[in-house]
Design a protein around this ligand. Structure first.
Ligand code: ADP
Ligand code: MG
Length: 447
């Protein structure tokens, strides 16, 4: 039992920590942090109680460093913050944080924080129906759309709602990569019986970014059997992907038909009203008072996807932190001044191809030709990637320009670069440079 002094001291330090975070890490702060309760401060450890295991897990895995830093900065002492929580609600299969499950449920990704709009109406309605009648309403539920449009949020919200309605439900939520890694490991260690037992024994299986299944055929085979085993017993399956089933490159026909056999719902880019509501919601969650004109300014400025919308809010917050914490239109304009949202409309395929050809020292005819040598195939993929991100050309149009390639080749190329960017910092820096050059060129043209 912590002493009265310890409890009091803990409360006081915790308030200082929160105040410090609000001032120096405002984009990271959430309104629900106020519901965390400081319990004791003993032996250099500040113990704080979370309300749910999901909160606790999130804090420990995503925020521990920041909280430790804040505690040290706020008090000048070497303090660490420890998050605890009662009980392990959530069914033993909602396992986070073991070797394979790098996916962490976010306390932010719940239905209450999801803004409905024409862009996600179908996906939202069908997800709700799945919560009402899992395994019966729509099975499988397949949600697709480009990145940053809310697929992960919706999937996690559905998991959390299913669990809220029935804490005993066995839900397995994971990324496609995790499924694949677990599968490979189980094959290697001769543990396929355990693997099958785990995946086929759940009530709900949710796999995010299933389009990555395309690359590994043995995983496809195994997933096919997992799918059938669950489906036959009316167990709910929910999948997300960056394109509809029939556009996932190299996905076997039998899986395409399975994926499409329930409900296929698309999430689209949000319209202006929805963007306004989302910015307002995010600002509220971060406990940041944003006047309506600033909310609308951000929503008008960023029309690509919601992740970028949040990025813009973060920039505005960062800017405010440096300039005295006032949120107004002048500040927002200054913060987002060099975000060139209209870049995409003014660039042509020719300009992108010229830039890439010049950068990698290849000919335009190489980019449009058939040779598969990496020295030309890679610049070709980078062209696809930049065209996809900086223009409104369709996959077919990009393919046509690049020597009549079909849309799946373009999807594959864009993904390959995406993947390389996240695993190879040299590639990432290179592509970032090209992006900057494209932005600079349109800026020069505009100015
Ligand atoms: P995806 O998985 O489609 O790439 P995410 O689900 O990761 O996209 O969404 C990116 C960010 O945008 C997340 O922080 C998420 O909370 C937010 N977001 C997306 N759609 C909505 C929405 N309708 N309402 C509120 N926030 C949203
Ligand atoms: Mg996602």
């Amino acid at each position: 039992m912590p002493s009265f002094e310890s409890v009091n001291h803990a409360r006081q330090v915790w308030q200082e920590v929160l105040a410090y975070l609000r001032q120096c890490q405002s984009a990271l702060v959430r309104a629900w942090f106020d519901s965390l309760s400081p319990e004791s401060l003993e032996g250099g450890t500040l113990t704080v109680r979370a309300q749910t295991p999901i909160q606790q897990h999130y804090l420990v895995t995503k925020c521990r460093e920041v909280f430790n830093e804040a505690a040290q900065a706020a008090t000048g002492n070497l303090l660490t913050v420890n998050f605890v929580c009662d009980g392990a609600a959530g069914g033993d299969l909602l396992r986070f944080g073991d070797n394979f499950d790098e996916v962490i449920l976010s306390p932010d990704y719940v239905y209450d924080n999801f803004v409905k709009g024409p862009c996600n109406d179908m996906a939202w309605t069908t997800s709700q129906a799945v919560c009402e009648r899992p395994g019966i309403a729509y099975n499988p539920l397949f949600i697709h759309g480009s990145c940053g449009l809310g697929k992960t949020h919706l999937l996690q919200a559905t998991c959390q709602e299913l669990l809220r309605r029935d804490p005993q439900r066995r839900i397995l939520y994971l990324s496609c990569d995790t499924f694949r890694n677990h599968f490979m490991e189980s094959v290697r260690n001769n543990q396929m019986a355990e693997f099958r037992h785990r995946y086929r024994g759940v009530d709900v299986l949710v796999i995010d970014d299933i389009h990555f299944l395309a690359k590994w055929d043995r995983t496809q085979e195994e997933f096919f059997h997992t799918f059938n085993a669950l489906f036959q017993r009316n167990k709910q399956i929910i999948l997300s992907s960056d394109c509809p089933p029939w556009e996932i490159p190299a996905l076997e026909d039998r899986l395409i038909s399975r994926f499409g056999s329930g409900m296929v719902a698309q999430v689209d880019k949000p319209d202006f009203e929805t963007r306004v509501a989302i910015v307002a919601m995010k600002a509220r969650l971060r406990g940041t008072p944003l006047p309506q004109d600033v909310v609308e300014y951000i929503a008008r400025k960023i029309d690509t996807n919601i992740r970028e919308l949040e990025g813009a809010l973060t920039r505005v917050q960062g800017y405010a932190m440096l300039h005295g914490g006032r949120y107004d239109l002048t500040l927002a304009r200054a913060a987002l001044g060099d975000v060139h949202t209209n870049v995409r409309r003014t660039l042509t395929m020719q300009e992108i191809a010229d830039l890439v050809a010049g950068y990698y020292k290849v000919r335009l005819s190489d980019l449009q030709g058939k040779r598969r040598l990496r020295s030309v195939a890679y610049p070709r993929q980078v062209t696809m990637y930049l065209a996809r991100h900086f223009t409104d050309y369709s996959l077919t149009e990009i393919g046509a320009y690049l020597g009549g390639r079909d849309h799946t080749t373009i999807i594959h190329g864009v993904r390959a670069v995406d993947n390389d960017r996240s695993t190879n910092s040299k590639v990432d820096a290179e592509v970032a440079r090209l992006e900057q050059m494209l932005k600079d060129s349109t800026r020069a043209a505009a100015g």
